[in-house]
Write a protein that binds this ligand. Structure first.
Ligand code: HEM
Length: 598
């Protein structure tokens, strides 16, 4: 009785007694069949409703409550079992119980140093808590990453947490798709990266590098990191590197110029479109740059992880606008090419392309057929083209910029590379890198690999385990967990690479490379979902680096460079290097002496 009074709050003792009596008499209908129904319906404010309605509502509420309780208990049990199963893995000290390890490795130089330290202390695998309920498993050693990277795309798909923000931009392209769609597309797209298709692109790489060396535009893209050039963004400056040097402003942000150059060549290789983006602004190229930087911004604002909120903000609206612009561009090119293909038929279309000696990626995708003779839809082609633009520009630009940085720090290796290229091109006019030259630059290749190890453009990739995955030592990664394959951690693991922080191209000397595990060096990832564009990227890097070293000496900036891991590895306030033109037939000076001075 006292319990009833307490529960009914302001109800009088008489009323409570009446309920008890009524209940004792069997209650009224359905409501009466429930335990203590009256006080509960009063408590929930259902007593004012018709008895039948309130009974149904009460039943629904009870069912909902039971469902939540069962789900909650099941979740607690799963969480408990998962924690127990994860106890075989060590974990670094937590920041606190709520945040876990969040915030311990910020996107700064200090954060990177902390990760380096973790790789030293926990040499293969450790737990990393992202808040109180989300454990992730970070893997730093070839032996433990092997089962994960070799697992099929169904067992270890990409996880939504890390890749979800790219979806509205890249759709179901190779990077984000999964299951059967991914395997079908991967098979259909592999020929697009065959050597025969890549060969003619070498000419495009040469041209794009020539444009960068001879005419560069400063600050056109609103990403003015050129701290030696305050105000550069306010003017459009058609400047040659040599002229910049003569003006005493030969400190250039490599990232800024090289990403523009990689975007230029990708646009030509994918769409056969020349936007002259290195010389004048291009709305399409600006949109791609904006999308990349908006995705990074969103990662750093957990409140905006929620789509409904994000698209209400000005950032979200800019993101939608830039996506529309990028999609419209790809679509227009696809429609144009589809029309030509329909008019000419595939044989004449191919003959035409063979005459012009280049077949772009859109052509390959339009002609691609699966085992059943089915072609890709326009939407699929658009997603794949957008994915190539995203996957290929910043990564390659980061790769090239860090090689130049490492060679600026090590003049002896820079001289060695330059000598190799000069010998290769001796007596050749014009000095252009050709396809066959790419295999004749062993030392430059070693330097590129040395730099990709020390400064991997993609520092980490993540996977979600849909099944238990057993590690070679018998420990098991329980299904349902997110795994972070740390490319950076593996490359800095002293158990794998002695003195990991030293730039030493001789580690990649072919005569020694048998000793390196194939999974110790994974800038392009490994296994079935490795980078489909790695040969394209390596070719472009070699061409651009060879021409740059032939024409310029690069020297370190006065200020130390601070690394910044975003989607790709950048430098905090741009990667500034001092650039000095060299005399020689292909140097900009030679061209300038022929050209009338402005
Ligand atoms: C130095 C340059 C590059 C680096 C370091 C790099 C690195 C990577 C890495 C680590 C992955 C695996 C991502 C993951 O599993 O989540 C990947 C995948 C991919 N990359 Fe690259 N990449 C480079 C250049 C390129 C280029 C030039 C293209 C295209 C033109 C490209 C297209 C792709 C695509 C489509 C995928 C997804 C493959 C799949 O899941 O089947 N990448 N890349």
């Amino acid at each position: 009785m006292s319990q009833l009074s307490y529960l009914s709050g302001s109800q009088s003792a008489c009323e409570s007694a009446a309920w008890s009596l009524e209940e004792a008499n069997g209650g009224d209908g359905l409501l009466g069949m429930l335990p203590a129904p009256k006080w509960l319906s009063h408590l929930l404010g259902l007593a004012v409703l018709e008895p039948g309605v309130s009974s149904i509502l009460l039943l629904a509420l009870l069912a909902l409550g039971t469902w939540i309780l069962v789900k909650g208990l099941a979740w607690v049990q799963r969480y408990y079992v998962n924690c127990q199963r994860l106890r075989c893995f060590p974990q670094p000290p937590l920041k606190n119980w709520f945040f876990g390890h969040l915030g311990l490795a910020p996107d700064t130089e200090e954060g990177i140093c902390y990760l380096q330290e973790l790789s030293r202390l926990f040499s293969d695998v450790h737990i990393w808590w992202m808040g109180p309920f989300t454990p992730t498993i970070r893997l730093n050693h070839p032996q433990v990453i092997s089962p994960l990277l070799k697992a099929s795309a169904i067992i270890a798909p990409k996880d939504k947490l890390f890749y979800g923000f790219l979806k509205p931009w890249l759709g179901d392209g190779l990077l984000l798709s999964k299951g059967d769609k991914w395997s079908r597309h991967r098979r259909m797209l592999t020929p697009a990266f065959h050597f025969d298709v890549l060969k003619p692109h070498v000419k495009i790489f040469n041209q794009s590098a020539d444009i960068m060396h001879s005419a560069i535009s400063l600050g056109l893209w609103g990403r003015d990191h050129d701290h030696h050039h305050p105000g550069a963004s306010s003017r459009i400056l058609q400047a040659k590197w040599r002229r910049l040097c003569a003006e005493g402003s030969n400190y250039l942000d490599m990232f800024e110029h090289i990403s523009l150059m990689t975007l230029d060549s990708l646009q030509k290789c994918i769409f056969s479109h020349n936007s002259n983006c290195q010389e004048k602004p291009s709305a399409y190229i600006s949109a791609i740059m904006e999308l990349s930087s908006l995705v990074v911004k969103r990662y750093n604002q957990p409140l905006l992880y929620w789509d409904a909120l994000y698209y209400l903000t000005s950032q979200g609206r800019h993101f939608s606008r830039a996506c529309r612009l990028v999609h419209d561009f790809s679509n227009a090119v696809i429609q144009d090419q589809r029309c030509i293909l329909a008019q000419q038929g595939s044989e004449a279309f191919l003959r035409d392309k063979a005459k012009s000696k280049t077949i772009d990626f859109i052509d390959v995708l339009l002609l691609a057929k699966d085992e059943d003779g089915k072609a890709l839809s326009d939407k699929d082609i658009q997603a794949e083209a957008d994915t190539f633009m995203f996957g290929g520009h910043d990564t390659t630009a980061s790769g090239i910029s860090w090689v130049l940085y490492n060679l600026a720090q090590h003049q002896e290796h820079q001289d060695h590379c330059r000598q190799e290229i000069q010998e290769l091109l001796r007596g050749r006019q014009p000095e252009e890198i050709e396809w066959d030259d790419l295999s004749q630059m062993p030392f430059l290749t070693m330097c590129i690999k040395g730099s990709l190890r020390l400064h991997p453009p993609v520092a980490m990739i993540s996977r979600c385990c849909t099944k238990d995955i057993q590690l070679p030592d018998g420990r098991i990664i329980p299904k349902g967990n997110i795994c972070l394959v740390s490319i950076f951690g593996t490359h800095y693991n002293p158990a794998v690479w002695p003195n990991p922080e030293v730039f030493d191209p001789y580690r990649f000397d072919i005569s020694k490379s048998q000793k390196i595990s194939p999974l110790a060096f994974i800038p392009f990832s490994a296994g079935p979902r490795n980078c489909i564009g790695q040969n394209f990227a390596m070719s472009e890097m070699k061409v651009v680096l060879a021409l740059t070293l032939l024409r310029f000496r690069v020297l370190p900036d006065k200020d130390p460079v601070r690394r910044k891991p975003e989607i790709i590895l950048r430098a905090e306030s741009g990667l500034c290097l001092k650039v000095e033109p060299l005399l020689g037939p292909s140097s900009p000076e030679a061209h300038l002496s022929e050209a009338p001075q402005e």
